[in-house]
Design a protein around this ligand. Structure first.
Ligand code: ADP
Ligand code: ZN
Length: 720
């Protein structure tokens, strides 16, 4: 009797046992198709003794239906799946799914049919056909993706195919990628850089788990040093994963990689076409993909011979996934390296306190690049006290900052104004009745975007045209903007400096790789005088003419009331400040604030990073916050408010009483309505030693909830 235990891709069900029919061979890690009721489902064969036993007798087992033609998942990856599920209190199935995230792609053949416009015209034009033809210019993708891009049904496209307006193209997903070469254009490293690179390489040669914290100010040459480790991996036929935040802005990075290694790396992110993902997935699993640069989900891909992981800008909060499996890619990257017995590099100019603490306690090796590469100086930083020096009414830039902008214009240098608020204004009112434009699906205001003439919710993506009249009192021409967004600051700059070429740089305006690349090219060529941007522009750029950075409102991120607010403010301001003076000319940074004496602002102005970190360390220690204590959140949501509240209360009423764990709530979550779901939350604060996950599993495992209620656990949460 050949019995196997599977993780099946249904998060509601645990492992299930099946029979291996005669003539079929499977091993742990094999990806198989199995019957589930009347349906077929994908599963992964697992070591039987690592999963709970099943009581179904041999005679009742159903046979597996088939084995998918992909390499079995390696034990290192299976251990990572187990660890991630355990640590983040997530179903194994949900984690395993991320590994096979190209889902259907796996089942398909290596050749895929895509479609593109042939240049012909249909016999009969309809509005939808016209819309499709206009939208699909230059595109090539599957029917389904084209339908999404053109916002028409697939039936419309099939009509166009029949008429020869669309033509099929066969794409081979197994065609090889061009090869990167370690020796294409090696740099001359400085002595400091060489010292760091040597440490990486020595650890790689020992084939052991070695976590490094690469700590160096912006522009210190961190990228060049870990590129040496990449080169070493290439020379030894090992694969490399580089995790980056904000995938939209990797354009500059890709170019730099290509200059060093001769070809662009393989890119992995969720917005890619399914065909590209399939091709990448197959090459990664086969061991043919050399270097993958990706967003956090690239961490769970089935690399055949991973030899190095780099997490660049490792402090970035976008490494934390905030729905589904709520994992932190920075931490999972370290675990993956541990299971693979390889080197992992966390690179940052402003490391998270948690990472510094890991170095302090000897778990990570901290390597420091002390100054900017080539002797470029760090910018001078000063605060502008907004309580003393007020901008004019209805304006947001104080005289000192305005003067500095003028000076840059006169000298033909560039300025960057940073404000982490997309759109024109964060809140819009009716001038007659005071009605606030609010998202119907979320407890959040709609944000006016003048460039695209939309009111948008930044949480669920809901968008409407600005209405001609107030929905409440019916008066026309009613909207007034409250507070500043980047678009409004750009307007203000245009008024102050009518000749300036001003560009708004946000995820709205740079929403494709092409637009991002165009922006970078313009900025580098000095064709932009003032950039007004969100945190999208705080990293990765190197604009030699940029000599002034103005932080429009440093208090914004401080006022969130969350326990990481100070750290986040420090990181954001330090990162954006790092954009100034990267060329030959020195940079200046002006921080507008109403709290120049707040410890984080004072530390920024004094350029005293240690002062900030030691104050923050003390505050965290005092609060029992990470890294000294642990936090976890339990979030309960339902489309029915009463149902959500009752479920939250029931969880609250059955809370365990433990000496080393404090449990707060339930209370409405900060976004108490999100995408149409009402949300409540309990917060746990525990000693480091507490078995938080076990406590949560025992507690929640004993409860049952109505169908519509979702209970999710957030270990080490970021947003409070
Ligand atoms: P970081 O990643 O620490 O912000 P970078 O690696 O981007 O720093 O380096 C900053 C700048 O210095 C970049 O323009 C980079 O090309 C340049 N640079 C760094 N190291 C070298 C080197 N060894 N030789 C030539 N240029 C270098
Ligand atoms: Zn919304």
């Amino acid at each position: 009797m050949n019995r196997v235990r599977l993780i099946i891709f249904n998060a509601a069900l645990g492992p299930l046992d099946y029979r291996v029919p005669d003539g079929m061979t499977v091993e742990p890690g094999s990806v198989v198709v199995a019957p589930l009721g009347p349906r077929q489902i994908v599963g992964i064969v697992w070591e039987e003794d690592r999963l709970p036993a099943q009581s179904v007798p041999d005679a009742k087992l159903r046979p597996l239906l088939g084995v998918l033609p992909v390499p079995p998942l390696r034990p290192q990856l299976r251990r990572l799946i187990e660890w991630t599920a355990e640590y983040y209190c997530a179903p194994m199935a949900a984690v395993a799914r991320m590994v096979l995230s190209s889902g259907g792609a796996l089942k398909g053949p290596s050749t895929v049919t895509e479609y593109r416009l042939s240049g012909g015209m249909p016999e009969r034009m309809t509005p939808r056909r016209e819309q499709a033809i206009a939208a699909l210019e230059g595109e090539q993708a599957t029917m389904r993706e084209l339908a999404g891009m053109a916002d028409v049904s697939e039936a419309v496209l099939r009509g166009l195919l029949q008429q020869g307006v669309l033509e099929p193209v066969q794409v081979d997903c197994d065609r090889p990628y061009p090869r990167a070469s370690a020796s294409f254009a090696p740099p001359d490293l400085s002595a400091d850089q060489q010292g760091v690179a040597d440490r990486f390489i020595a650890a790689m040669e020992e084939d052991r788990f070695a976590p490094f914290l690469l700590d160096g100010v912006t522009g210190s040459g961190k990228t060049e040093t870990y590129f040496e480790a990449v080169a070493h991996a290439l020379d030894h036929g090992r694969q490399v994963l580089v995790l980056l935040p904000e995938i939209a802005l990797t354009e500059a990075f890709l170019r730099r990689f290509e200059e060093r290694f001769g070809v662009a790396p393989i890119v992995w992110h969720s917005a890619q076409k399914s065909t590209e993902r399939r091709r990448a997935w197959r090459a990664i699993a086969a061991g043919d993909a050399q270097v993958v640069v990706g967003a956090r989900s690239a961490l769970f891909l089935p690399y055949a011979r991973l030899g190095l992981i780099v997490v660049d800008e490792a402090h970035e909060i976008s490494f934390k996934q905030d729905d589904g499996v709520r994992y932190n890619a920075r931490d999972v990257a370290v675990m993956r390296a541990r299971f693979e017995k390889i080197v992992v590099v966390l690179a940052s100019a402003t490391p998270a306190l948690e990472s510094l603490q890991m170095a302090e306690s000897g778990i990570y090796t901290r390597l420091v690049l002390p100054g900017r590469y080539g002797g470029a100086t760090l910018p001078s930083i000063a605060t502008v006290n907004l309580t003393e020096e007020k901008p004019e009414r209805g304006r947001w830039l104080a005289p000192t900052l305005v003067k500095a902008l003028f000076a840059r214009m006169e000298r033909g240098e560039q300025s960057l104004l940073f404000l982490n608020r997309r759109g024109y204004a964060p809140l819009t009112l009716c001038r007659h009745c005071g009605y606030r434009f609010k998202c119907p699906n979320c407890s959040a205001w709609l944000v006016e975007h003048r460039l695209s003439q939309r009111l948008a919710c930044h949480h669920c993506g809901h968008e409407t045209k600005p209405p001609p009249a107030c929905p409440d009192c019916g008066e026309g021409d009613c909207m007034v903007a409250c507070g500043p967004g980047v678009e409004r600051i750009a307007d203000e700059v245009a008024e102050i400096l009518p000749d300036a070429r001003v560009v708004v740089a946000t995820s709205d305006t740079l929403n494709t790789p092409e637009k991002a690349a165009e922006f970078v090219a313009q900025a580098e060529a000095g064709e932009i005088d003032v950039i007004v941007g969100t945190q999208l522009v705080t990293k990765g750029f190197h604009f030699p003419e940029l000599t002034l950075v103005g932080v429009v409102d440093a208090d914004l991120s401080l006022e969130g009331g969350d326990l990481r607010a100070a750290e986040r403010t420090y990181q954001q301001v330090a990162q954006v400040a790092g954009r100034a003076g990267r060329g030959a000319k020195p940079g200046e940074v002006l921080i507008q604030t109403r709290h120049p004496d707040a410890p984080v602002i004072a530390a920024l102005a004094a350029g005293d990073r240690d002062a900030f970190y030691s104050a923050e360390t003390e505050a965290r220690r005092h609060a029992g916050a990470p890294p000294f204590g642990r936090w976890a959140a339990i979030i309960i949501s339902s489309e029915d408010e009463n149902e959500a509240r009752e479920a939250a209360n029931r969880i609250g009423a059955t809370r365990p009483s433990l000496p080393d764990v404090a449990i707060l709530g339930p209370a409405p979550a900060p976004l108490s309505l999100l995408r149409g779901r009402y949300r409540y939350r309990l917060l746990m604060n525990a000693r480091r030693s507490a078995e938080v996950q076990q406590v949560i599993r025992d507690w929640l495992g004993a409860l049952n909830f109505p169908q519509g209620v979702r209970v999710s656990v957030d270990i080490d949460p970021y947003s409070f």
